[in-house]
Write a protein that binds this ligand. Sequence first.
Ligand code: FES
Length: 160
Amino acid sequence: MDPDPAPFPIELAAPGTSNVSWQELLDAAELPQGSMRRVTRGDLDVLVAHTEDGIVAVEDRCPHMSAPLSIGTLDGCVVGCPLHEGRFDLRTGDPVQMPTTGGLAPDGTYRPTWSPAGKEPKVDPPGLKAEARRLTRVRRFRYFPVRVTNGRIEVALPGS
Ligand code: FES
């Protein structure tokens, strides 16, 4: 039986993904539950993840500073970034753990820098770097609609 696509907040559908043709990405058998991978189409890197709620597709860029999430971790529906330990819920698009560098949450609230347990606190870099960290807002994901047909995962990509 084909796996289901995961529901996502419809207001977070990526612009340009309504009324487009479906693009085949990969065999569902290549993406067992708990796994994720990058699939590239043109200049677009897509993260396809098989979460405990189903299959989801977003851009393979961390909503903080664009690191590739596909080499991070997937725990249930939460994807972990390999760069600053940010963790993001693929059901909602929201952070469940802000990056270590701090910055602005999606609603604009400032969160300070922090250090993982057992690690020395990092000294904030001086000047413009600190300012850039402080003003970097974690975005919410933009989702590509997904469907699974005859064992193939298909997504709606902008401009297709
Ligand atoms: S780039 Fe992902 S948490 Fe910073």
